[in-house]
Design a protein. Structure first.
Lengths: 357, 214
């Protein structure tokens, strides 16, 4: 586990400027974070998230609350609760929402319906803010296609209001971080029935899975079919912590698989999410930038050397991310197995991974 | 050459062969430079190859290599299903999506493997229960050398560690030209080692009058 402080100390030590006479810690940290984002842009951090097919909820009313770390429970942001408020008060462009409940259980346990509130699932969802690239999406475990608004309009002129099973995800035309589902989910996603109240910890694993339980005590560490808990810091075993708060099911739900930025390195003790070997790569970029700075420490030759090293590191990481071992497998007297020898099913054009303009 | 011998060579090249002249560079600093050089050449050439057994878990979408492999993984290689006695085919997730849009729900005996990002290994189909193992090959970084350890690659390439260590030490000392020269010398040896690693399994083509070709 390599911390920002260790990276910074390595850079300043190699520059011979631990007293920060020529280069400051702030400056070095900035270069390290730039390098960190450059590596993240190579699609190294794979993650999954759910754009849940549920009525929109909210737990804060302005984006600054989340940025200032005032939000302990993030159930979304909204500042109006019903569609007729959109233009009723204030500037329509400032409206975020609508949303009508502040915790998911109100939707999953039928409280919204009981109150006569709108239980329709919205057409759009917001991608996680640390998204680098969307890789793949599924609905009800079925992979979704991708389309531009114009293509959707050719397929269905009422694409903004048609409800039904989701077939396509459209990430264009609804906001920089907003994706549109076509069709709009007609109902809520499958949910776990919580017995005994809306809070607490998982007590009976049978509520979620029929898999055999290991041991006779402890907390739920994994659920068959669910993405493992992401390591808080890595690499290495034993770094997983925490307890799942909500089990989100794939049934009639939209899941996105995406690449994201690494966990932020802001404080000195923050751990870089890259494997240790790759974390040290960041120091070469910082050294390159520091040595290119005009002033007492300028050294073009050394800066060029570290630039070479940095370019090698990036190429190496990119090669490893794209590496797929294509091993030909054959058996005596038989033809090599080929997946998908049957005719393709009729389906919408599948163009995930291709840039559409 | 052992690490101790490599260190002696580095000091000799620094003009400080006599231990009483270890004024600018300490033994610890040179040792650290050698360790970093060893990691760099192993990272670049992927010469350290290993195999690990991974237990298969029911319906597990992806296996975190940071948890199931006891050391950092550089690149994964072929995987062998110990239950069926067959090798898994490496695939891209696009291939699976193109063949069956609901491939994630298929359970059975794994025949293909996919990689997502740097650390997540997926299998298709997914096993239905906690049964079975696969033997996954991968490349890794070598363990840190002790003073009497030798690098794992052939001895004719050991001098690369000297050159890389010199590059690092000269760079720290602001000796730009000498650092650049040492770096270029290191790159040449690294390229040769990478070529040796890649060509290990090949044999030269031989032809004779009326004879078979290899």
């Amino acid at each position: 586990m390599v911390t920002l402080g260790q990276l910074r100390t390595r850079v300043l030590s190699r520059l011979g400027d631990l007293e920060q006479v020529v280069w400051t810690a702030t400056e070095v940290d900035g270069h390290l974070r730039t390098a960190y984002d450059a590596v993240a842009a190579l699609n190294v951090f794979f993650d999954t998230a759910y754009l849940e097919d549920r009525p929109r909820s909210f737990s804060y009313t302005a984006p600054w609350e989340q940025k200032a770390a005032y939000v302990a429970f993030d159930a979304g942001c909204a500042n109006y609760t019903a569609s007729d408020e959109l233009r009723a008060a204030g500037d329509e462009l400032d409206r975020i929402g609508p949303a009508n409940h502040t915790s998911p259980f109100e939707a999953t346990e039928g409280w919204l319906a009981l109150a006569g509130a709108d239980t329709r699932v919205p057409a759009t969802s917001v991608m996680p803010s640390n998204t680098v690239a969307l890789d793949r999406a599924t609905w009800d475990s079925k992979v979704l296609g991708q389309a531009l608004p114009a293509e959707l309009a050719r397929t269905d002129t009422s694409y903004e209001s048609t409800r039904g099973p989701v077939e396509v995800l459209c990430w264009s035309g609804a906001g920089l971080g907003t994706v549109r589902k076509w069709r709009i989910p007609s109902g809520q996603a499958d949910a776990v029935t919580v017995d005994g109240g809306p809070w607490g910890i998982l007590r009976r694993p049978a509520d979620l899975s029929a898999a055999a339980i290991t041991g006779s005590w402890g907390i739920c560490r994994r659920l068959p079919g669910h993405h493992p808990l992401t390591a808080a810091v890595g690499p290495g075993p034993g770094d997983y912590f925490g307890h799942p708060r909500r089990a989100i099911l794939d049934g009639r739900n939209t899941r996105v698989e995406f690449f994201r930025r690494g966990r932020p390195i802001v404080q000195t003790a923050d751990v870089c999410e890259l494997p240790d070997r790759y974390a040290w790569y960041l120091t070469d970029f910082a050294l390159m930038q520091c040595l290119q700075k005009a002033g007492p420490g300028f050294d073009a030759t050394l800066a060029g050397l570290f630039a070479q090293r940095w370019a090698r590191h990036l190429a190496r990481v990119q090669r490893r991310v794209l590496h797929v071992s294509r091993e030909r497998v054959g058996v005596l007297g038989g033809a090599p197995r080929v997946l998908g020898s049957r005719p393709a099913r009729t389906q919408l054009p599948y163009t995930f991974g291709e840039r559409l303009r | 050459m052992t690490k101790a011998e490599l260190r002696v060579e580095v000091f000799r090249r620094l003009g400080a062969a006599d231990p009483t002249r270890h004024v600018v560079w300490s033994v610890a600093e040179v040792s650290t430079a050698i360790d970093e050089a060893y990691a760099e050449i192993a990272d670049a050439t992927e010469c350290v190859e290993r195999v690990v057994t991974i237990d298969l878990l029911a319906a597990r979408p992806y296996y975190d290599l940071r948890a199931v492999v006891p050391e950092p993984v550089l690149t994964i290689g072929p995987a062998y299903n110990e239950t069926t006695g067959r090798w898994l085919s490496g695939s891209a997730v696009r291939e699976l999506d193109g063949a069956d849009r609901r491939w994630e729900r298929v359970t059975g005996t794994p025949v293909r493997s996919v990689m997502r990002g740097l650390s997540w290994l997926g299998l298709y189909p997914r096993v239905a229960g906690d049964v079975g193992t696969i033997r996954q090959s991968y490349t890794a970084l070598p363990p840190t050398l002790a003073d009497d350890d030798e690098p794992l690659f052939p001895s004719q390439f050991h001098v690369a560690l000297v050159e890389a260590a010199l590059c690092s030490l000269f760079a720290d000392d602001g000796e730009s030209a000498r650092a650049e020269a040492a770096w270029q010398a290191y790159l040449a040896i690294e390229t040769a080692l990478a070529q040796w690693v890649a060509d290990r399994g090949s044999i030269p083509r031989q032809a004779g009058y009326g004879g078979p070709t290899w």
